[in-house]
Design a protein around this ligand. Structure first.
Ligand SMILES: C[S@@+](CC[C@H](N)C(=O)[O-])C[C@H]1O[C@@H](n2cnc3c(N)ncnc32)[C@H](O)[C@@H]1O
Length: 288
């Protein structure tokens, strides 16, 4: 992950830690379950999943060794116990078939963009009846800001143009919206989606303020070039930290962040499954 991605994720996770924890209480993870956190990054969700289900065996998988080091110390420092992490690609994991009760991944569908390979591998490592749980946003509707409707329309139009020009297109950046289609295309039936809104009103804490500064800087970097020229300076002064009319400085500032959990169950109608294997000691879950 590049530094700007790390700081954006860190800022969001720090600001909405409690809300994410509440949200993850809805994840069907039972005592003793084996849980996989795919593309676990710096371990924010691995720690939450492990904290909510201390008797579960949790494995975080990522290709970024530095992120895994961080994830490991986050779990040791904040949970007071070890969690296993594995440096491997999510597309091909050294894990026996039908091993996990729950496969989770957060904000990774853009990075792990070969969805066909990804979901085939998730299906392979999940037990029959196991759950796939995906946490994702809709790129077009991540945040409701206190803009007047006309300005909101301009920003949305600019965002649509920015996404259309990126190689992933709108389809590839609005994962929570298209999750049903993506999953169905890849052999999963009957996914369900649960959406959550996290609200903030001023006065903001320092941590919340940092989140909005980073999120709005990111938003402007996407939409700035696609706003009509005659509106650009005015919108920039509202959306960029330090601007004369920066909306986060307004005494009545309020905003809602949206995110979704998409859940699907592996049943007989998924892909054909490989033979089952229950040998936990065959999994290379070395504590790092
Ligand atoms: C946007 S980050 C999300 C991190 C974490 N789930 C979170 O929400 O904080 C995507 C993660 O996917 C990891 N990743 C990229 N390609 C991967 C692959 N082939 N297998 C496993 N992880 C991968 C990256 O290293 C990064 O940590």
């Amino acid at each position: 992950m590049i530094d700007s991605e790390i700081s954006a994720l860190d800022a969001r996770e720090a600001a909405f830690d409690e809300e994410y924890e509440t949200m993850l209480r809805g994840v069907p993870s039972e005592p003793g379950h084996r849980v996989l956190d795919v593309g676990c990054g710096r371990g924010f969700f691995t720690r939450l999943l492990s904290g909510l289900n201390p008797s579960a065996t949790i494995l975080g998988v990522d290709t970024d060794v530095n992120a895994l080091e961080n994830a490991h110390s986050v779990c040791v420092n904040q949970l007071g116990r070890d969690v296993a992490f594995l440096n491997a690609s999510a597309y091909r994991m050294p894990i026996p078939p039908e091993f996990f009760d729950l496969v989770f991944f957060a904000y990774s569908l853009e990075t792990l963009s070969n969805h066909e390979r990804l979901f085939k591998e998730m299906n392979r490592v999940l037990k029959p009846g196991g759950r796939l749980v995906i946490l994702e946003d809709d790129g077009m509707h991540r945040m409701v800001l206190p803009l007047d409707p006309r300005d909101e329309g301009i920003v949305q139009q600019a965002l649509a143009t920015a996404f259309e020009r990126r190689s992933a297109g709108i389809d590839g950046l609005c994962f929570s919206r298209y999750a049903y289609r993506i999953l169905k295309r890849n052999g999963w039936r009957n996914p369900k989606r649960y959406s959550f809104g996290f609200d903030r009103l001023s006065p903001l804490s320092r941590i919340d303020r940092r989140f909005f500064d980073i999120a709005l800087t990111e938003l402007w970097s996407l939409v700035g070039d696609h706003t009509p020229e005659h509106e650009r300076a005015r919108l920039k002064s509202m959306l960029v930290p330090g601007g004369r009319d920066y909306i986060v400085d307004r005494p009545e500032f309020s905003a809602t962040l949206f995110t979704s959990l998409i859940m699907a169950k592996k049943d007989g109608s998924n892909f054909s499954n490989a033979a089952s294997c229950s040998a936990i000691d065959r999994v290379p879950m070395k504590p790092r």
